[in-house]
Ligand binder design. Structure first.
Ligand SMILES: Nc1ncnc2c1ncn2[C@@H]1O[C@H](COP(=O)(O)OP(=O)(O)OP(=O)(O)O)[C@@H](O)[C@H]1O
Ligand SMILES: [Mg+2]
Length: 196
């Protein structure tokens, strides 16, 4: 067993279970919330993550395999890889754009598309989405736009952000059923800029 990461909501531990390398993601109660509310939140986040991971996998979107779960714990496939921001692999932002379009075509959102929630698998150079605990099913276009906004803000610190964004945009627009979320995302960005 080795400690991997203390996230904002819980612990991630790498463990060997039944001969498989897994990540055990266990959420903890919030210290500053009423215990009942905290338990509800913890359960909701965990079950949302489980549901979205299973739905995405079913539709061929690469996410860690979910081996088991309960109301606060997920048992996930361990992915050997690195984050989008630090990976030295040749990353196809075009393909990532297509992947997110596919997600949105299914009316699903990820909810937190920052580069720490996108891994590039060492063995295959495949893009793997992690942590959809804030995502939704039957997501409307504005929720989809917020997904895109999270992504474009997340790559804001990348050296080659303009190129990454352009490739992502081309991929997204090539695959999406409607361009509205991308248009709305640009409007939200513009509104954000006007405020400053
Ligand atoms: N299945 C996995 N395989 C390998 N590494 C993983 C896996 N799941 C998570 N990680 C690593 O642990 C980190 C945190 O995971 P995750 O985003 O699921 O937890 P979190 O508690 O929501 O964290 P945060 O609050 O920072 O979003 C990831 O950025 C990644 O580096
Ligand atoms: Mg995360």
């Amino acid at each position: 067993m080795s400690f991997l990461y203390r996230g904002s909501e819980g612990l991630l531990i790498e463990e060997q279970i039944l001969g498989r390398r897994m990540i055990v993601k266990r959420r903890r109660l919030h210290r500053f919330l009423h215990p009942t509310l905290s338990q509800l939140l913890l359960r909701r986040r965990t079950l949302t993550e489980a549901r979205l991971l299973e739905t995405m996998r079913l539709h061929g979107i690469r996410v860690p395999v979910l081996y088991d779960y309960d109301h606060r714990t997920l048992y996930l496939e361990f992915i050997e890889g690195s984050h989008l921001s630090t990976s030295s692999a040749p990353i196809s932002f075009y393909q990532l754009g297509q992947m997110i379009a596919k997600l949105h075509n299914l009316e699903l959102t990820h909810g937190d598309l920052n580069p720490a929630n996108i891994l590039i698998e060492d063995r295959t150079d495949q893009i793997v989405l992690l942590d959809p605990s804030m995502g939704s099913v039957r997501a409307d276009l504005i929720t989809q736009a917020h997904d895109l906004l999270g992504f474009v803000r997340g790559i804001g610190g990348f050296e080659n952000r303009t190129e990454c964004r352009a490739r992502f945009e081309r991929g997204y627009l090539a695959k999406c059923r409607t361009e509205r979320p991308w248009i709305l995302c640009q409007e939200l960005e513009q509104r954000g800029r006007n405020k400053h």
